[in-house]
Write a protein that binds this ligand. Structure first.
Ligand SMILES: *[C@@H]1O[C@H](CO)[C@@H](O)[C@H](O)[C@H]1NC(C)=O
Ligand SMILES: *[C@@H]1O[C@H](CO)[C@@H](O)[C@H](O)[C@H]1NC(C)=O
Ligand SMILES: *[C@@H]1O[C@H](CO)[C@@H](O)[C@H](O)[C@H]1NC(C)=O
Ligand SMILES: *[C@@H]1O[C@H](CO)[C@@H](O)[C@H](O)[C@H]1NC(C)=O
Ligand SMILES: *[C@@H]1O[C@H](CO)[C@@H](O)[C@H](O)[C@H]1NC(C)=O
Ligand SMILES: *[C@@H]1O[C@H](CO)[C@@H](O)[C@H](O)[C@H]1NC(C)=O
Length: 739
């Protein structure tokens, strides 16, 4: 079977190995006066003036808080395309600095989290697809946990030297013509025990995402035979520039912003960032939104993971309109893990289980019956099998039945058990890896197992190695994938798009255990993980593919091409509809030829920000030019030239909204497009004019969409398709009730 591409986006939080303990290390709290690390964001880097920015930042700091306090407080100065600095100060001083001229925002140096092989085939993007020779000129900036440079996926054989536009370099590792840049960022200078102080990946995540975007073809890639196929990235000829920003304790804003600053100046074409906050932040209080804004100004699209905090609504954390927000969907493959009892009954669970117990039967016990009393645990804890809560003497060599589902890290080695069986009625769309044989089954099946255990004197069970199975309902959005609506700007639909992010096979770092559990000594070249972290690099790969055919397209045009050609997804499988999948499921072949694009430039976003009541003063600092909100008439959120439409309303029966949009012809010079609207009963959508007649490539035509009427539920999905007979340019229209 052909390629299996790995996309790692499953509940990464569960899988990932960030130790809580190390967390506080980086925020550098001075006990005496509560200094914390803040980022002072000062907008565009102004190239004028002779003094280096760090000198200016220092003198500014001295002015604000005095010489004595300023000494040693300045940790880092951004100096390439972003202006600002990282500083150690207390809350009182934050206010002083925030009040200074030129300061856009001051925010805490918060910590974000990192949010293979069949997936590209599944989205209809086979190995033999038509490719542009310019693909090898495309440089992908991957901001992540670093890279395992020796992976076969990054073999540089056959690659020429980097494109001449490349200004970056490699530090602390030897690069080749595939990995052309590598650098690490750690403003705190404090490292955890497991951190490798170089761009080398000690986590696996960065290797996985980079190879999903741009890994070369590697045959017979698998995790112990699971997901066997050809591992490959979306753009195997593209180059990779690595910016390591994530460490064993997470990914800090100061490092994210410093990496953006470098990546933009180095000359990357697309930025891939599978990292996010737990809570939403306003645009200029968020290092990713700020970085993506500056990248956009330089023609660089930032592709972001939506987050792994689903399925609740409004959990998305990367939602700036100038970036692409990617949800995670399933592919038509899943991994089943069978549990077989001594009485031969078999139950199917879902995990990634590479362990083979050779069908040997083991005694099975219930976690609640074997608490580690000496350590102070009782049955109410041991029933969920938290590491250490089980009595080693009572579980050694046995399979333990556990209530609920806890992450791999929390289960650990389950006190030396031979295996564990977990259960819940929750979603089982994603396979998780453990450090011991494990299966995750439905509660009713667990009840049956429990019944068997109480009905016989010596109950036994075994857990089989996982097998590949067909996920017939795919694609649907994984339950962990963060949902819209956009928590800051309700009327910009987010996420934008869905891409494979469940059970993705891709390259891995042998420095990192495949389960994320310390002490799991398996070393693997390819691993299967899930998360919007894995979906994001699929969208990044597609963006790079589009760019290789259309090198001059703006970030907004590339994003539009991805969104308007997406395959609509089924709302019966995804009750949250567009809040789960945005415009739908990526369709790479169509996306290179979208017919029309909804383009937008920096000034469109500036107008939008004016409409969001950001001041002229602030926007001039951000842009470094004479941008002004005075006289801006199209600053309404409904007039941002976005490829989707969102209407938030407080009344299900009375709303009316008019959107203005402009499309640019990138299809056939002479073409006549007709508007086709699909809308549920009660919802009225009018398009004026209903036809658009183009005479040349690059021609722009505007239209209005009015949405009114009533909706019968909290969310109603409609769509607008511009169709000229050969191109169908589709936008979702989502109306939703805000309680
Ligand atoms: C940005 O962060 C600062 C510091 O944490 C906070 O005081 C401010 O209210 C935030 N601004 C917005 C718009 O959320
Ligand atoms: C890279 O590819 C070349 C040519 O196919 C091969 O000879 C070489 O062994 C590969 N190197 C690695 C590390 O896989
Ligand atoms: C990595 O390279 C940079 C630049 O050459 C150097 O300053 C730094 O000390 C190196 N780090 C390590 C851990 O070797
Ligand atoms: C079991 O332990 C938990 C946590 O220590 C405690 O809150 C609970 O009261 C205990 N239950 C019993 C029945 O002792
Ligand atoms: C999985 O099942 C679906 C629906 O029956 C089918 O269309 C698809 O080709 C199957 N995929 C594989 C890999 O067998
Ligand atoms: C901004 O406006 C001033 C005064 O009108 C003008 O001198 C300057 O060149 C303008 N700057 C830019 C970047 O347009």
């Amino acid at each position: 079977m052909a390629g299996t591409m790995a996309s790692l986006s499953c509940s990464w939080i569960l899988i990932l190995t960030f130790t809580l303990m190390g967390m506080l290390l980086n925020t550098h709290v001075d006990a005496q006066d509560n200094r914390k690390t803040y980022i002072v964001y000062m907008g565009n880097h102004d190239q004028s003036g002779d003094a280096p920015k760090s000198v200016l930042h220092m003198s500014m700091l001295q002015k604000a808080i005095g010489r004595e306090r300023a000494a040693g407080a300045l940790l880092h100065s951004f100096k390439r395309s972003i202006n600002g600095f990282v500083v150690n100060i207390n809350e009182e001083e934050v206010e002083k600095i925030a009040a200074m001229e030129g300061v856009v925002s001051v925010f805490l140096n918060g910590k974000k989290q990192l949010h293979t092989t069949r997936s590209w085939d599944f989205v209809g993007f086979p190995q033999q697809v038509n490719r542009a020779t310019a693909e090898s000129d495309i440089i992908i900036g991957v901001l992540d946990s670093g890279i395992w440079p020796e992976s076969s996926s990054f073999n540089a054989s056959g690659f020429g030297p980097p494109p001449t536009k490349w200004k970056g370099a490699c530090y602390n590792i030897t690069c080749n013509n595939k990995i052309i840049g590598a650098k690490y960022y750690r403003s705190s200078k404090i490292f955890g025990k497991d951190d490798i102080i170089s761009p080398v990946d000690s986590d696996g995540h960065g290797t996985h995402t980079a190879s999903t975007v741009a890994g070369g073809l590697v045959n017979s890639a698998s995790l112990y035979g699971l997901g066997m196929g050809t591992a490959r990235g979306g753009v195997p000829s593209a180059r990779i520039a690595v910016y390591k920003i994530c460490w064993s304790d997470g990914c800090h804003d100061a490092d994210i912003l410093a990496a953006f600053d470098d990546a933009i100046a180095d000359g990357v074409d697309i930025i891939s960032l599978s990292v996010g906050d737990d809570t939403p932040r306003h645009y200029f209080n968020d290092s990713i939104a700020i970085g993506a804004f500056h990248a956009m100004r330089y023609g660089i699209l930032t592709s972001n993971s939506a987050g792994n905090s689903g399925p609740n609504l409004a959990t998305i954390t990367n939602f700036s309109p100038w970036s692409l927000s990617v949800a995670a969907s399933t592919i038509d493959r899943k991994f089943l893990t069978k549990v077989q009892l001594g009485n031969n009954l078999v139950f199917e669970g879902v995990t990634i289980n590479t362990f083979d117990l050779n069908s040997n039967q083991y005694p099975i016990v219930y976690g609640g019956d074997v608490p580690n009393i000496l350590k102070g645990y009782n049955r109410s804890i041991s029933r969920i099998c938290l590491e250490d809560s089980l009595d080693q003497n009572l579980v050694k060599g046995k399979i333990v039945l556990c209530d609920g589902f806890v992450g791999a890290k929390k289960v650990g080695f389950a006190s030396g058990a031979a295996g564990i069986v977990m259960h819940s009625d929750g979603a089982k769309d994603t396979g998780y890896s453990f450090a011991l044989p494990a299966s995750y089954i439905y509660t009713q099946d667990a009840d049956n197992i429990y019944g068997y255990m109480t009905s016989t004197k010596n109950p036994t069970a075994t857990i089989l190695k996982s097998t590949d199975d067909n996920n017939t309902f795919a694609p649907f959005v994984a339950s962990f994938s963060s949902r819209g609506p956009n928590p800051v700007t309700l009327d910009i639909l987010k996420p934008d798009i869905a891409a494979p992010g469940v059970d993705i096979v891709a390259a891995w770092s042998p420095n990192a255990p495949p389960s994320g559990v310390k002490g799991d000594n398996r070393q693997v070249q390819y691993n299967i993980i899930s998360g919007t972290s894995m979906a994001c690099p699929h969208a990044t790969g597609l963006a790079a593919y589009i760019k290789s055919f259309h090198p001059t397209w703006s970030p907004a045009a590339i994003k539009s091409a991805i969104m308007t050609t997406a395959t609509p997804m089924r709302s019966d499988l995804n009750p949250d509809a567009e809040f789960a999948y945005g415009a739908g499921h990526i369709n790479p072949i169509k996306a290179v030829n979208p017919g029309l694009v909804y383009d937008a430039s920096e000034s469109d976003y500036v107008n939008f920000l004016c409409g969001q009541s950001y001041s002229t003063r602030l926007l001039q600092i951000v842009t470094g030019d004479n941008s002004s909100c005075v006289g801006v008439t199209d600053g309404n959120v409904w007039d941002l030239n976005y490829p989707s439409f969102a209407v938030s309303t407080t009344s299900a029966v009375s709303f009316a909204r008019v959107f203005t949009r402009t499309v640019t012809n990138v299809g056939s010079p002479k073409s006549l497009y007709k508007a086709t609207v699909a809308a549920p009963t009660g919802l009225e959508v009018q398009v004026i004019p209903p036809t658009l007649s183009f005479n040349s490539i690059g021609q722009k035509l505007s239209f209005k969409v009015s949405v009114s009427g009533s909706i019968g539920s909290t969310i109603a999905s409609a769509s607008l398709v511009w169709d000229d007979g050969s191109y169908q340019v589709r936008s979702p229209i989502t109306v939703f009730l805000v309680q």
